[in-house]
Design a protein around this ligand. Structure first.
Ligand code: 4AD
Ligand code: MG
Length: 433
């Protein structure tokens, strides 16, 4: 069979249902094969779905039939035939092959099977993403990132780019990947926040969506060493406006996403409920009280860990902002609370069960206050000279936040691990393929 044969139009699998009685040509990969006497049933998948193809010897000829009988899964094929109603086929129809062309037969049986061990899933990730589950997750991922971007663009934000190779930490030096940069040392960025802060003095409202890197030795289901970070920064935005903004963005986008993909979302997460406004807000001090009342020992001043966040999120049962953290638990750039300088205008948004999905706050906008906080935190202000410049030339109050994109997706779909929310995860133990 050749591409130009019979003038039959090429179709995607998903559009075959509307072509019953007509002829179509598809290209895809062999998903499942079953031989029953003189018939071979193929399930062929393309990016849009899976269709049953029935191959009969007298229709395709002996040579092609024998070739098809020997095919291994994942072979790439082109099939042309008649779309026929058949109640026994999945979806109620099938393609009766009149011609089959094997574009490239699989050389071996692919190492993909049901109930693969987690090790095999990660080792054969490049193949596993062909699975129907990952096909759907990746489509949803693409849709969610588009919706987040679009929401920000619709609200007057500009998308900017920030470098991945940087010279200084934003969130604490211990979690940085070092890279050899010609004759010098540099790092992979933990956050593009400082570069966004620079950009607001030109564009006022900005965001970026790109990878951040964390050398955390955390083997939890919510940590990646490379994750996609949606970061937003705006000038003239105070702390309360920031929380309102996060709440608006997340409730709007998650609701629209849910409405658009309800069937898929419910297949992954039957109990998913879109976020509702207003989000609950508690201060760190109230969170410590809640934890103490739940029998968890925590001293005021210690940061909340995965376990504590889980308890808070479970107790509250809906997205909750924890605000006003002790300044020692947060990076140096956070604005001290004018009413209580022991705490800063920072907020994490916690959801159950993924814990923290956003972190953000109002930034220090005064040159001297920021210099002192850099010194107090044990850093050298010279390493942050350009960042301090932003407070030297026309400083303005400003705020921003970062959203862990895979955490949000994993939360909505209730994925067993954040590693399923990204095509090729990077963790402490996974760096291949
Ligand atoms: O809380 P983080 O560290 O905050 C910042 O980086 C700020 N500079 C962001 C900003 O204000 N522009 O990270 C922000 C979010 C977290 O709330 C979490 O959702 C996600 O990034 N995150 C991770 N996601 C996956 N794997 C990891 N190792 C993550 N670390 C943080
Ligand atoms: Mg954080």
């Amino acid at each position: 069979m050749t591409t130009e044969s019979c003038g039959v139009e090429e179709q995607r699998v998903a559009s075959l249902a509307s072509l019953i009685g007509g002829k179509a040509r598809i290209r895809g990969w062999l998903y499942v094969k079953n031989t029953v006497g003189k018939l071979v049933f193929l399930r062929i998948r393309d990016s849009t779905g899976v269709v049953q193809v029935v191959v009969k010897k007298d229709r395709v000829g002996e040579q092609v039939f024998d070739q098809v009988k020997k095919l291994r899964r994942e072979s790439s094929l082109m099939v042309e035939g008649l779309v026929r109603r058949d109640a026994r086929a999945p979806g109620g129809f099938e393609l009766q092959a009149e011609a089959v062309r094997v574009m490239s037969p699989s050389l071996e049986d692919p190492p993909l099977r049901r109930n693969m061990s987690p090790e095999a899933v990660w080792r054969y990730r490049h193949l596993f993403i062909r699975s129907r589950t990952m096909n759907t997750v990746l489509k949803l991922r693409s849709s969610l990132s588009t919706m987040l971007r679009q929401w920000l663009l619709d609200h007057g934000y500009y998308e900017v780019s920030a470098p991945s190779i940087v010279t200084a930490a934003t969130e604490g030096g211990a979690k940085m990947f070092e890279v050899k940069y010609f004759d010098n040392k540099a790092f992979l960025t933990q956050s593009s926040q400082f570069y966004l802060e620079g950009a607001i003095f030109s564009l006022e409202k900005v965001f970026c969506f790109q990878p951040s890197f964390r050398a955390e030795e955390s083997k939890t289901r919510r940590h990646l060493s490379e994750y996609w970070h949606l970061e937003v920064e705006a000038c003239h935005m105070d702390f309360n406006q920031l929380l309102q903004f996060e709440e608006d963005m997340l409730t709007d986008v998650v609701r629209r996403f849910y409405e658009k993909h309800r069937e898929d979302v419910e297949r992954f997460n039957p109990s998913f409920k879109p976020f509702e406004k207003p989000f609950k807000r508690i201060t760190y001090t109230q969170a410590v009280e809640l934890l103490t009342n739940s029998g968890v020992e925590i001293e005021w001043g210690r940061d909340l860990g995965v376990r504590e966040e889980k308890i808070i999120a479970t107790r509250i049962g809906q997205p909750v902002f924890v605000t006003h953290y002790p300044k020692e638990t947060r990076a140096f750039y956070h604005m001290p609370d004018p009413g209580d300088p022991r705490v800063v205008l920072a907020a994490d948004l916690l959801v159950w069960p993924y814990g923290e999905i956003t972190g953000g706050g109002q930034r220090i906008d005064d040159y001297n206050v920021l210099t002192n906080r850099i010194l107090e935190s044990g850093y050298n202000p010279e390493d942050y000279a350009w960042y301090l410049d932003l407070r030297k030339y026309g400083s303005v109050p400003h705020s921003g936040f970062g959203l862990g994109f895979e955490r949000l997706l994993a939360h909505i779909l209730r994925l067993p691990s954040i590693k399923y929310a990204v095509p090729y995860p990077r963790t402490q133990t996974i760096v291949y393929p």
